[in-house]
Design a protein around this ligand. Structure first.
Ligand code: MSP
Length: 502
């Protein structure tokens, strides 16, 4: 069985999460559900980033220990993922003992190899981003990522020899551009490669909230070096190699574009140094609010708990996953969320099902057990279905979720046109065979639609499949074949799945 290993970033535990973070995890959940339903041996990793100066200072401000702050927010993260129906396999915390031990093993290995050495460190530090810059990299004296204030820091530190791996990484990226997706992000990194692969300081001595270096216990490991290693420590590196070999390399590290450099040039260099194959990185764009990036620091954020309270889980999942196209940023808007919900989920998905089940009950007493003969109209609909299914799979395989969803919605619109043209409400009770043929076709189409929407809106898909008497474990390869709806079942009309939102 082919495997599929997916990771999200580890979220910082200094504060609560907003819709931007929520999106990264929902996108991951949808991809993993799709892959699992396609028959892959999947592993979905998420977690929390708990060390470093930023967390240390946030805890100090609240008069609690960093560990207390981390515990508080980890409970909150897990509550959010549960609420949103996110089904991860493992939640790693960078304060987990096994992780810290494995980080120390890696540090020792690289130190022994001569890839970590002592030197003098001088750089501008952006505390909120936990990033370091030289003079040239600053934008008008400010952090080039977030535009915030930076602080000059000098100390004796340990450095990691990124520069040693520049050529090999350039070669590998040239021969496999799909290691960084989508292409716009690949181009961005190729453009930065020459200027941003100087050796990097990977230890700190002025605070102690971190993993102690095994070869110098007066220093702790830089938070990014510790955190990025989670992708391999979580699956066993380097003392449970059976698990590690089963899943590595990651098939997709899902991240936002803000942390692309860390996940490529920095991470890839560490992996090269450890002689481990490179993973694939997928970076999405930003959710904006009032024109700028939604971020904790700007304070311009939308709380996912509030949105679920107001609109429900699947409407939020559907909106977020269908609106942010790869390579672009998108303004968040509740008005658009409501509009999308009403025009697509209510008017098309919910109404098509409700209307059809009502007719099956009204004209055929809930049974489709008639002599069903397809005409040209049905043959055309099935051909349309096959085209849209291919489009859906191709797009999902390439992580183009909005396009995959569009393929399904276009097919649903086609089904609605078919209902109007085939007019089961006219053949009604007089020609039961013909009416059954039409309504069977529609319900079979809706069955396939709900399967395709399952990774995006799992609860809704399951509800629909239940009404169609076919709620089993989902196996898309088998289930997406035309004609699996049971003719012998009795179909009952029910309350609509969704009602319009104001
Ligand atoms: N702790 C680091 C990641 C370490 S991974 C080894 C970190 N954490 S974070 O909590 O600040 O943000 C994590 C991710 O949240 C971002 O990379 C991005 O995926 C997502 N987003 C945060 N704000 C976002 C938007 N406004 N829009 C879209 N995604 C956003 O960075």
């Amino acid at each position: 069985m082919a495997k599929f290993y997916l990771t999200t970033p580890l979220y910082y535990v200094n504060s609560k999460l907003h819709v931007g973070h929520t999106y990264t995890t929902l996108f991951s959940d949808a991809v993993i559900r799709y892959k699992k339903a396609m028959g892959f041996d999947t592993f979905f990793l998420t977690g929390s980033d708990e060390h470093g100066q930023k967390i240390f200072e946030a805890a100090r401000e609240k008069n609690i220990t960093p560990q207390q702050l981390a515990d508080e927010n980890v409970s909150y993260f897990k509550e959010l993922w549960k609420l949103l129906n996110v089904k991860y396999d493992k939640f790693i915390r960078t304060t987990d003992e096994y992780h810290e031990k494995r980080v120390r093993d890696v540090l020792q290995k690289l130190y022994n190899k001569g890839d970590i050495y002592k030197g003098k460190y001088e750089a501008y530090h952006c505390i909120p981003c936990e990033s370091f810059w030289n003079e040239k990299q600053l934008t008008d004296g400010k952090c080039p990522t977030c535009g915030g204030e930076v602080k000059w820091e000098e100390q004796e530190n340990y450095f990691f020899k990124i520069s040693k791996y520049k050529d090999i990484i350039r070669e590998k990226l040239k021969s496999d551009p799909n290691l960084i997706r989508p292409r716009i992000r690949y181009n961005e990194i190729m453009g930065k490669l020459d200027d941003s692969m100087d050796d990097k300081s990977i230890s700190r001595s002025h605070f102690d909230w971190g993993v102690r270096l095994p070869f110098d216990d007066s220093q702790v490991c830089y938070v990014w070096f510790d955190a990025i290693l989670n992708y391999i420590t979580a699956i066993g590196y380097s003392d449970d190699m059976e698990m590690f070999n089963r899943y590595w390399p990651a098939d997709i590290h899902v991240i936002g574009k803000d942390i692309l450099w860390f996940h490529t040039l920095f991470w890839f260099s560490i992996l090269e140094a450890l002689d481990i194959p490179l993973p694939t990185v997928y970076a999405h764009g930003y959710w904006l609010l009032k024109g700028g990036k939604m971020s904790k620091r700007s304070g311009v954020v939308v709380d996912p708990f509030e949105l679920v309270d107001k609109y429900g889980i699947d409407p939020l999942r559907f909106f977020l996953l269908s609106e942010l196209s790869e390579g672009s940023d998108t303004e968040f808007s509740e008005e658009r969320l409501v509009g999308k919900f009403n025009t697509e989920l209510v008017n098309i998905v919910s109404n098509t099902l409700h209307r059809t089940l009502t007719m099956v009950e009204k004209y055929l007493d809930g049974s489709l057990d008639y002599i069903i003969e397809n005409t040209d109209m049905e043959d055309k609909l099935i051909a349309e279905y096959e085209k849209r299914r291919e489009e859906y799979i191709r797009n999902f395989d390439n992580f183009k979720l909005p396009q995959a969803i569009d393929a399904v919605m276009d097919f649903l619109r086609y089904i609605n046109g078919y209902i109007n043209d085939a007019a089961p409400f006219k053949s009604g009770k007089d020609d039961k065979n013909r009416t059954a043929a039409i309504l069977y076709t529609v319900l079979e189409a809706v069955r396939n639609v709900s399967l395709m929407l399952y990774p995006i809106i799992p609860d809704t898909a399951n509800k629909i499949l239940e009404r169609l008497n076919c709620k089993n474990k989902i196996d898309l390869k088998k289930d997406l074949e035309w004609g699996r709806l049971d003719k012998k079942s009795i179909y009952k009309k029910d309350e609509p799945i969704f009602m319009r939102l104001k």
